[in-house]
Design a protein around this ligand. Structure first.
Ligand code: PMP
Length: 420
Protein backbone atom coordinates (compact mmCIF):
# COMPACT_ATOMS: atom_id res chain seq x y z
CA UNK A 1 0.00 0.00 0.00
CA UNK A 2 3.03 2.31 0.43
CA UNK A 3 3.45 3.44 -3.21
CA UNK A 4 -0.31 3.95 -3.59
CA UNK A 5 -0.47 6.17 -0.54
CA UNK A 6 2.61 8.08 -1.60
CA UNK A 7 0.84 8.93 -4.87
CA UNK A 8 -2.27 10.16 -3.09
CA UNK A 9 -0.07 12.20 -0.81
CA UNK A 10 1.59 13.98 -3.72
CA UNK A 11 -1.74 14.74 -5.38
CA UNK A 12 -4.22 15.33 -2.60
CA UNK A 13 -2.43 16.33 0.59
CA UNK A 14 -0.90 19.72 1.36
CA UNK A 15 2.84 19.81 0.71
CA UNK A 16 3.36 21.73 3.94
CA UNK A 17 2.95 18.44 5.81
CA UNK A 18 6.45 17.08 5.57
CA UNK A 19 7.55 13.63 6.59
CA UNK A 20 10.46 13.28 8.99
CA UNK A 21 11.79 10.08 7.44
CA UNK A 22 13.07 9.31 3.93
CA UNK A 23 10.74 6.36 3.80
CA UNK A 24 7.96 7.33 6.21
CA UNK A 25 6.65 4.69 8.56
CA UNK A 26 3.27 3.33 7.58
CA UNK A 27 1.65 2.73 10.93
CA UNK A 28 -1.76 1.23 11.49
CA UNK A 29 -2.04 0.08 15.06
CA UNK A 30 -0.98 1.12 18.51
CA UNK A 31 -1.03 -0.29 22.00
CA UNK A 32 0.27 1.72 24.97
CA UNK A 33 3.92 2.66 24.19
CA UNK A 34 4.02 0.49 21.09
CA UNK A 35 3.19 1.16 17.42
CA UNK A 36 2.88 -1.49 14.70
CA UNK A 37 3.36 -1.34 10.93
CA UNK A 38 1.68 -3.47 8.27
CA UNK A 39 4.43 -6.09 8.40
CA UNK A 40 3.78 -6.53 12.10
CA UNK A 41 7.00 -4.79 13.11
CA UNK A 42 6.82 -3.21 16.53
CA UNK A 43 8.21 0.25 17.31
CA UNK A 44 8.77 1.81 20.70
CA UNK A 45 7.10 5.21 20.43
CA UNK A 46 9.36 7.84 21.98
CA UNK A 47 7.45 10.80 20.62
CA UNK A 48 3.83 9.94 21.45
CA UNK A 49 2.26 11.71 18.49
CA UNK A 50 4.22 14.86 19.35
CA UNK A 51 3.73 14.61 23.10
CA UNK A 52 0.06 13.88 22.72
CA UNK A 53 -0.50 10.23 23.59
CA UNK A 54 -0.01 10.82 27.29
CA UNK A 55 -1.40 7.61 28.80
CA UNK A 56 -0.67 5.18 25.96
CA UNK A 57 -2.03 4.33 22.52
CA UNK A 58 -5.60 2.98 22.71
CA UNK A 59 -5.41 2.93 26.50
CA UNK A 60 -8.15 0.42 27.47
CA UNK A 61 -9.89 2.69 29.97
CA UNK A 62 -9.99 5.70 27.66
CA UNK A 63 -11.04 3.55 24.69
CA UNK A 64 -13.95 1.95 26.57
CA UNK A 65 -15.12 5.34 27.87
CA UNK A 66 -15.04 6.77 24.32
CA UNK A 67 -16.83 3.75 22.86
CA UNK A 68 -19.64 3.99 25.43
CA UNK A 69 -20.10 7.71 24.79
CA UNK A 70 -19.98 7.21 21.01
CA UNK A 71 -23.01 4.95 21.30
CA UNK A 72 -24.81 7.44 23.53
CA UNK A 73 -24.25 11.03 22.31
CA UNK A 74 -21.39 12.60 20.36
CA UNK A 75 -22.26 16.19 19.92
CA UNK A 76 -24.84 18.84 20.66
CA UNK A 77 -22.81 22.08 20.66
CA UNK A 78 -22.23 23.70 23.99
CA UNK A 79 -25.38 25.82 24.05
CA UNK A 80 -27.21 22.78 25.51
CA UNK A 81 -26.61 21.17 28.85
CA UNK A 82 -25.09 17.74 29.04
CA UNK A 83 -23.65 16.19 32.19
CA UNK A 84 -20.20 15.36 30.83
CA UNK A 85 -19.07 18.98 30.37
CA UNK A 86 -20.02 19.83 33.95
CA UNK A 87 -18.38 16.72 35.34
CA UNK A 88 -15.25 17.36 33.32
CA UNK A 89 -14.93 21.06 34.19
CA UNK A 90 -15.23 20.20 37.88
CA UNK A 91 -12.72 17.37 37.60
CA UNK A 92 -10.16 19.26 35.51
CA UNK A 93 -10.19 22.29 37.78
CA UNK A 94 -9.75 20.05 40.85
CA UNK A 95 -6.21 19.48 39.50
CA UNK A 96 -5.52 23.23 39.37
CA UNK A 97 -4.81 25.63 42.26
CA UNK A 98 -7.00 28.58 43.18
CA UNK A 99 -7.92 30.91 41.51
CA UNK A 100 -7.67 28.90 38.25
CA UNK A 101 -11.17 27.48 38.23
CA UNK A 102 -12.98 28.58 35.08
CA UNK A 103 -12.68 26.44 31.95
CA UNK A 104 -13.26 27.22 28.29
CA UNK A 105 -12.95 24.14 26.07
CA UNK A 106 -11.46 24.46 22.61
CA UNK A 107 -10.16 22.05 19.98
CA UNK A 108 -6.41 22.64 19.63
CA UNK A 109 -3.47 24.22 21.36
CA UNK A 110 -3.34 27.07 18.87
CA UNK A 111 -6.97 27.87 19.45
CA UNK A 112 -6.43 27.81 23.21
CA UNK A 113 -3.50 30.24 22.93
CA UNK A 114 -5.46 32.48 20.56
CA UNK A 115 -8.18 32.67 23.16
CA UNK A 116 -5.71 33.27 25.99
CA UNK A 117 -4.24 36.25 24.09
CA UNK A 118 -7.70 37.55 23.37
CA UNK A 119 -8.63 37.33 27.07
CA UNK A 120 -5.40 39.06 28.13
CA UNK A 121 -6.16 41.92 25.77
CA UNK A 122 -9.80 42.23 26.79
CA UNK A 123 -8.94 42.08 30.47
CA UNK A 124 -6.05 44.53 30.51
CA UNK A 125 -7.26 46.69 27.63
CA UNK A 126 -3.68 46.57 26.40
CA UNK A 127 -2.33 44.98 23.27
CA UNK A 128 1.20 43.64 23.44
CA UNK A 129 2.01 40.07 24.28
CA UNK A 130 5.55 38.98 25.02
CA UNK A 131 6.85 35.55 24.19
CA UNK A 132 10.35 34.10 24.36
CA UNK A 133 12.71 33.26 21.58
CA UNK A 134 12.55 29.59 20.81
CA UNK A 135 8.87 29.40 21.78
CA UNK A 136 6.20 27.46 19.94
CA UNK A 137 2.66 28.55 20.75
CA UNK A 138 0.76 27.51 17.66
CA UNK A 139 0.26 27.59 13.93
CA UNK A 140 -2.78 29.88 13.66
CA UNK A 141 -2.13 33.33 12.18
CA UNK A 142 -2.56 34.89 15.64
CA UNK A 143 -0.26 32.51 17.54
CA UNK A 144 2.34 32.38 14.78
CA UNK A 145 3.29 35.85 15.93
CA UNK A 146 4.34 34.29 19.24
CA UNK A 147 6.15 31.36 17.71
CA UNK A 148 9.80 31.85 16.91
CA UNK A 149 11.26 28.44 16.47
CA UNK A 150 12.92 27.17 13.30
CA UNK A 151 10.93 26.57 10.16
CA UNK A 152 7.65 27.43 11.82
CA UNK A 153 8.30 31.15 11.71
CA UNK A 154 6.63 32.60 8.65
CA UNK A 155 7.70 36.04 7.58
CA UNK A 156 4.12 37.18 7.01
CA UNK A 157 2.98 36.21 10.50
CA UNK A 158 3.81 39.55 12.06
CA UNK A 159 1.27 41.17 9.80
CA UNK A 160 -1.62 39.70 11.78
CA UNK A 161 -1.77 42.33 14.47
CA UNK A 162 0.28 40.45 16.99
CA UNK A 163 2.99 42.65 18.38
CA UNK A 164 5.41 40.25 19.92
CA UNK A 165 8.73 40.95 21.49
CA UNK A 166 11.26 38.24 21.84
CA UNK A 167 14.31 37.83 23.91
CA UNK A 168 17.60 37.14 22.25
CA UNK A 169 18.50 33.49 22.00
CA UNK A 170 20.02 33.28 25.43
CA UNK A 171 18.90 29.88 26.62
CA UNK A 172 20.61 27.75 24.05
CA UNK A 173 24.23 27.37 23.20
CA UNK A 174 26.19 24.55 21.72
CA UNK A 175 26.43 23.06 25.20
CA UNK A 176 23.02 24.09 26.41
CA UNK A 177 24.15 27.32 28.03
CA UNK A 178 25.64 27.32 31.48
CA UNK A 179 22.91 28.14 33.92
CA UNK A 180 21.44 26.32 36.89
CA UNK A 181 18.43 24.36 35.75
CA UNK A 182 15.82 22.12 37.26
CA UNK A 183 16.98 18.78 35.85
CA UNK A 184 18.71 15.68 37.15
CA UNK A 185 21.42 16.44 34.57
CA UNK A 186 23.27 19.75 34.81
CA UNK A 187 25.11 21.48 31.98
CA UNK A 188 28.71 20.48 31.25
CA UNK A 189 29.89 24.06 31.57
CA UNK A 190 28.95 24.93 35.10
CA UNK A 191 27.20 28.15 35.98
CA UNK A 192 29.38 30.68 37.75
CA UNK A 193 26.97 30.77 40.69
CA UNK A 194 28.04 32.09 44.02
CA UNK A 195 26.09 31.76 47.25
CA UNK A 196 23.03 30.48 45.46
CA UNK A 197 22.82 33.40 43.03
CA UNK A 198 22.70 32.29 39.42
CA UNK A 199 24.50 34.96 37.41
CA UNK A 200 23.12 33.63 34.16
CA UNK A 201 19.66 34.27 35.56
CA UNK A 202 20.55 37.84 36.52
CA UNK A 203 21.77 38.45 33.01
CA UNK A 204 18.62 37.05 31.41
CA UNK A 205 16.38 39.02 33.75
CA UNK A 206 18.22 42.22 32.83
CA UNK A 207 17.51 41.52 29.16
CA UNK A 208 13.89 40.79 29.95
CA UNK A 209 13.60 44.09 31.83
CA UNK A 210 15.13 45.93 28.89
CA UNK A 211 12.55 44.40 26.58
CA UNK A 212 9.73 45.45 28.90
CA UNK A 213 11.05 48.97 29.39
CA UNK A 214 11.83 49.72 25.79
CA UNK A 215 9.29 47.80 23.73
CA UNK A 216 6.12 47.68 25.80
CA UNK A 217 6.44 50.17 28.65
CA UNK A 218 2.74 51.02 28.84
CA UNK A 219 1.03 48.57 26.57
CA UNK A 220 1.66 45.10 27.94
CA UNK A 221 -1.33 42.79 27.95
CA UNK A 222 0.45 39.55 28.76
CA UNK A 223 3.46 37.31 28.82
CA UNK A 224 3.26 33.74 27.55
CA UNK A 225 5.86 31.03 28.12
CA UNK A 226 6.16 27.27 28.13
CA UNK A 227 7.56 26.02 31.46
CA UNK A 228 10.05 24.00 29.37
CA UNK A 229 10.31 24.90 25.69
CA UNK A 230 9.02 21.86 23.85
CA UNK A 231 9.50 22.21 20.11
CA UNK A 232 12.77 24.03 20.73
CA UNK A 233 14.21 20.85 22.25
CA UNK A 234 13.28 20.68 25.95
CA UNK A 235 15.05 23.98 26.59
CA UNK A 236 15.02 24.96 30.26
CA UNK A 237 15.36 28.42 31.77
CA UNK A 238 17.60 29.29 34.69
CA UNK A 239 15.92 28.28 37.92
CA UNK A 240 14.35 31.58 38.99
CA UNK A 241 13.82 33.13 35.58
CA UNK A 242 10.10 32.53 35.20
CA UNK A 243 9.30 33.60 38.76
CA UNK A 244 11.09 36.91 38.35
CA UNK A 245 9.71 37.46 34.84
CA UNK A 246 6.14 36.93 36.13
CA UNK A 247 6.71 39.53 38.82
CA UNK A 248 8.06 42.10 36.36
CA UNK A 249 5.13 41.57 33.98
CA UNK A 250 2.57 41.89 36.78
CA UNK A 251 4.18 45.06 38.14
CA UNK A 252 3.51 46.59 34.72
CA UNK A 253 -0.12 45.45 34.64
CA UNK A 254 0.25 42.45 32.36
CA UNK A 255 -1.04 38.97 33.02
CA UNK A 256 0.92 35.70 32.81
CA UNK A 257 -0.03 32.77 30.61
CA UNK A 258 1.50 29.33 31.06
CA UNK A 259 1.39 27.25 27.90
CA UNK A 260 1.06 23.76 29.36
CA UNK A 261 0.34 22.12 26.01
CA UNK A 262 3.43 19.90 26.36
CA UNK A 263 4.34 20.17 30.03
CA UNK A 264 0.92 19.52 31.55
CA UNK A 265 -0.71 16.35 32.86
CA UNK A 266 2.24 15.01 34.84
CA UNK A 267 4.81 14.87 32.06
CA UNK A 268 7.52 16.71 33.99
CA UNK A 269 7.18 14.15 36.78
CA UNK A 270 7.69 16.12 39.96
CA UNK A 271 4.48 18.10 39.49
CA UNK A 272 1.25 17.80 37.57
CA UNK A 273 1.77 21.16 35.83
CA UNK A 274 4.95 22.71 34.50
CA UNK A 275 4.30 26.07 36.18
CA UNK A 276 4.45 24.38 39.59
CA UNK A 277 8.08 23.46 38.96
CA UNK A 278 8.84 27.20 38.77
CA UNK A 279 6.94 28.13 41.94
CA UNK A 280 4.47 30.39 40.12
CA UNK A 281 0.70 30.48 39.64
CA UNK A 282 -0.24 31.87 36.23
CA UNK A 283 -3.36 33.91 35.47
CA UNK A 284 -4.24 31.70 32.49
CA UNK A 285 -3.15 28.19 31.56
CA UNK A 286 -3.58 26.65 28.13
CA UNK A 287 -3.89 22.89 27.73
CA UNK A 288 -3.92 20.60 24.70
CA UNK A 289 -2.10 17.51 23.38
CA UNK A 290 -1.95 15.16 26.40
CA UNK A 291 -5.34 16.40 27.62
CA UNK A 292 -7.13 13.98 25.26
CA UNK A 293 -4.45 11.30 24.67
CA UNK A 294 -4.73 12.08 20.96
CA UNK A 295 -8.41 13.03 20.80
CA UNK A 296 -8.63 16.59 19.42
CA UNK A 297 -9.48 18.74 22.40
CA UNK A 298 -7.91 21.61 24.34
CA UNK A 299 -8.73 24.05 27.12
CA UNK A 300 -8.10 27.47 28.58
CA UNK A 301 -8.38 27.71 32.35
CA UNK A 302 -8.36 31.06 34.09
CA UNK A 303 -9.72 33.07 36.99
CA UNK A 304 -13.35 34.10 37.36
CA UNK A 305 -12.34 37.69 36.91
CA UNK A 306 -10.43 37.23 33.66
CA UNK A 307 -13.05 34.82 32.28
CA UNK A 308 -15.72 37.45 32.80
CA UNK A 309 -13.95 39.77 30.35
CA UNK A 310 -14.99 37.36 27.63
CA UNK A 311 -18.59 37.36 28.77
CA UNK A 312 -19.09 40.94 27.58
CA UNK A 313 -19.88 39.46 24.21
CA UNK A 314 -20.84 35.99 23.08
CA UNK A 315 -17.77 33.92 22.34
CA UNK A 316 -18.50 30.61 20.74
CA UNK A 317 -16.96 27.60 19.08
CA UNK A 318 -18.94 24.71 17.63
CA UNK A 319 -17.03 21.63 18.71
CA UNK A 320 -15.37 22.62 21.97
CA UNK A 321 -16.61 20.67 24.99
CA UNK A 322 -18.49 18.01 23.08
CA UNK A 323 -19.78 15.12 25.23
CA UNK A 324 -17.26 12.83 23.56
CA UNK A 325 -14.28 15.11 24.28
CA UNK A 326 -15.32 15.61 27.89
CA UNK A 327 -15.68 11.89 28.53
CA UNK A 328 -12.30 11.20 26.94
CA UNK A 329 -10.69 14.01 28.97
CA UNK A 330 -12.12 12.64 32.22
CA UNK A 331 -10.93 9.10 31.41
CA UNK A 332 -7.41 10.44 30.69
CA UNK A 333 -7.30 12.11 34.12
CA UNK A 334 -8.45 8.85 35.73
CA UNK A 335 -5.82 6.86 33.82
CA UNK A 336 -3.03 9.23 34.91
CA UNK A 337 -4.08 8.77 38.52
CA UNK A 338 -4.88 5.05 38.48
CA UNK A 339 -1.77 4.06 36.53
CA UNK A 340 0.47 6.35 38.61
CA UNK A 341 1.79 8.03 35.46
CA UNK A 342 3.07 11.24 37.00
CA UNK A 343 5.24 9.21 39.39
CA UNK A 344 6.29 6.98 36.51
CA UNK A 345 7.30 10.06 34.49
CA UNK A 346 9.51 11.16 37.34
CA UNK A 347 11.10 7.76 37.99
CA UNK A 348 11.55 6.54 34.44
CA UNK A 349 12.37 10.04 33.15
CA UNK A 350 15.10 10.55 35.74
CA UNK A 351 16.51 7.10 34.95
CA UNK A 352 16.47 7.90 31.22
CA UNK A 353 18.14 11.31 31.74
CA UNK A 354 20.94 9.77 33.80
CA UNK A 355 21.48 6.96 31.28
CA UNK A 356 21.54 9.46 28.40
CA UNK A 357 24.03 11.59 30.32
CA UNK A 358 26.40 8.61 30.14
CA UNK A 359 26.14 8.79 26.34
CA UNK A 360 26.89 12.51 26.53
CA UNK A 361 30.04 11.74 28.52
CA UNK A 362 31.07 9.03 26.06
CA UNK A 363 30.36 10.69 22.69
CA UNK A 364 31.55 14.19 21.97
CA UNK A 365 28.78 14.74 19.39
CA UNK A 366 26.27 14.69 22.23
CA UNK A 367 26.51 18.25 23.56
CA UNK A 368 23.77 18.33 26.12
CA UNK A 369 21.17 16.13 27.76
CA UNK A 370 18.44 18.07 29.51
CA UNK A 371 14.86 18.05 30.64
CA UNK A 372 12.69 16.82 33.39
CA UNK A 373 10.47 13.76 33.73
CA UNK A 374 9.60 12.41 30.30
CA UNK A 375 10.28 15.71 28.56
CA UNK A 376 13.82 15.19 27.35
CA UNK A 377 16.12 16.89 24.83
CA UNK A 378 19.38 15.47 23.51
CA UNK A 379 21.48 18.06 21.71
CA UNK A 380 23.76 16.86 18.96
CA UNK A 381 26.60 19.35 18.69
CA UNK A 382 27.12 18.93 14.97
CA UNK A 383 23.44 18.55 14.15
CA UNK A 384 20.03 19.21 15.63
CA UNK A 385 18.36 18.37 18.90
CA UNK A 386 16.18 15.35 19.16
CA UNK A 387 13.37 15.09 21.56
CA UNK A 388 12.23 12.14 23.65
CA UNK A 389 8.68 12.52 24.89
CA UNK A 390 7.10 9.06 25.02
CA UNK A 391 3.73 7.93 26.37
CA UNK A 392 4.08 8.22 30.13
CA UNK A 393 3.60 4.46 30.56
CA UNK A 394 7.07 3.45 29.35
CA UNK A 395 9.30 1.53 31.77
CA UNK A 396 12.99 1.15 32.59
CA UNK A 397 13.36 -1.81 30.22
CA UNK A 398 12.22 0.47 27.38
CA UNK A 399 14.82 3.01 28.49
CA UNK A 400 17.57 0.37 28.40
CA UNK A 401 16.50 -0.59 24.90
CA UNK A 402 16.50 3.08 23.80
CA UNK A 403 19.92 3.81 25.22
CA UNK A 404 21.34 0.63 23.66
CA UNK A 405 20.01 1.60 20.20
CA UNK A 406 21.34 5.16 20.55
CA UNK A 407 24.69 3.87 21.73
CA UNK A 408 24.97 1.64 18.64
CA UNK A 409 23.94 4.48 16.31
CA UNK A 410 26.41 6.92 17.88
CA UNK A 411 29.18 4.32 17.78
CA UNK A 412 28.57 3.82 14.05
CA UNK A 413 28.48 7.58 13.51
CA UNK A 414 31.87 7.97 15.22
CA UNK A 415 33.38 5.13 13.22
CA UNK A 416 32.17 6.66 9.97
CA UNK A 417 33.46 10.10 10.98
CA UNK A 418 36.86 8.62 11.89
CA UNK A 419 37.09 6.80 8.52
CA UNK A 420 36.55 10.05 6.56
N1 PMP B 1 1.82 25.19 22.39
C1 PMP B 1 2.81 24.30 22.43
C2 PMP B 1 3.80 24.37 23.57
C3 PMP B 1 2.94 23.31 21.45
O1 PMP B 1 3.94 22.44 21.49
C4 PMP B 1 1.97 23.27 20.43
C5 PMP B 1 2.03 22.21 19.33
N2 PMP B 1 3.27 21.74 19.01
C6 PMP B 1 0.94 24.22 20.41
C7 PMP B 1 0.89 25.16 21.42
C8 PMP B 1 -0.10 24.23 19.34
O2 PMP B 1 -0.96 23.16 19.49
P1 PMP B 1 -1.84 22.62 18.27
O3 PMP B 1 -0.89 22.01 17.29
O4 PMP B 1 -2.78 21.64 18.91
O5 PMP B 1 -2.56 23.77 17.68
Amino acid sequence: PYEHMQKIREQNISPSLRMYYKKPLLLHQGHMQWLFDYEGRRYLDLFAGIVTVSVGHCHPKVTVAAQKQLARLWHTTNIYMHPSIHEYAEKLTSFLPDPLKVVYLTNSGSEANDLAMFMARLYTRNFDIISLRGAYHGGSPYTLGLTSVGLYKHSVANGFGCSTTMLPDVFRGPWGGSHCRDSPVQTVRKCSCSEGVCHANDQYIEQFKDTLNTSVPKTIAGFIAEPIQGVNGAVQYPRNFLKEAYQLVRERGGICISDEVQTGFGRTGSHFWGFETHGVVPDIVTLAKGIGNGFPMAAVVTTKDIASSLAQNLHFNTFGGSPLACVVGAAVLDAIEEDGLQKNSEEVGTYMLLELAKLRDKFEVVGDVRGKGLMIGVEMVTDKTFRIKPPMCINKKDVDFTVEVLNTALQKHMERAAAK
